[in-house]
Design a protein around this ligand. Structure first.
Ligand code: GTP
Ligand code: MG
Length: 197
């Protein structure tokens, strides 16, 4: 897919205020600092469409972007950010939960995980929750530039071993690096395929 246009539309913490249009939508979620906003910039060939930061907790709201005037890309806040207070964590969980539960336009979620780490409980629990609620998702491994190919293969295999204990099939997955531009064609090609179905 060629990205002809990418525009920021709106940020909010209320799913009821998300754009009303029925355009297909794709959401990017994962732990704080995993590289969601960087991936969105890489996918859209824009340097700073989504705001990135070395400090976790940069993205705090549901951010809608309109791509090629025919689909929405959504940057979500990270989960598992230890420094937010307990009460704001609750509010946060509520609006994220509501987003996934009520956003009918959502075609699929992309759950980002840092390829350098072993499977983390918080990510596995989140995937479990999506599965139980019938929300389709794919996995995007991020920061592949940080590991050698063999280590990448091993870490993907660790995920497969764990996920296949619960699931019949391994979800679709992609290996990406925003700094080295790896995985752009694969992720955009997949979105294109879903948009045309
Ligand atoms: P929150 O909005 O805080 O939840 O974070 P986020 O998931 O949006 O992460 P963000 O894109 O802001 O990136 C976090 C940090 O990781 C930044 O310092 C990025 O430069 C770095 N980073 C993101 N993607 C990559 C990548 O592919 N490779 C490398 N080496 N670093 C990356
Ligand atoms: Mg972010």
């Amino acid at each position: 897919m060629h990205i002809k246009s990418a525009e920021f539309i709106v940020s909010n913490s209320d799913v009821a205020k998300c754009p009303k249009s029925r355009l297909p939508e794709y959401a990017f979620i994962g732990r704080s600092n995993v590289g969601k906003s960087s991936l969105i910039n890489m996918l859209t060939n824009r340097k700073s469409l989504a705001k990135t930061s070395g400090k976790p907790g940069k993205t705090q709201l549901i951010n809608h972007f309109l791509i090629n005037k025919n689909w929405h890309l959504v940057d979500l806040p990270g989960y598992g950010y230890a420094r937010v207070s307990k009460s704001s964590k609750k509010v946060f969980q509520k609006f994220i939960t509501q987003y996934f539960s009520f956003r009918e336009q959502l075609v699929t979620a992309f759950v980002l995980v840092d390829i350098r780490h072993n499977p983390q409980t918080i990510d596995l629990e989140f995937m479990q929750w999506l599965g139980e609620n019938g929300i389709p998702f794919s996995i995007i491994f991020t920061k592949a530039d940080k590991l050698k190919p063999k280590a990448i293969e091993n870490h993907v295999q660790d995920y497969k071993n764990i996920l296949l204990e619960t699931w019949e099939d391994m979800p679709n997955y992609f290996i990406t690096s925003s700094s080295k531009n790896i995985g752009q064609d694969e992720v955009l090609g997949y979105i294109d395929e879903l948009n045309n179905n």
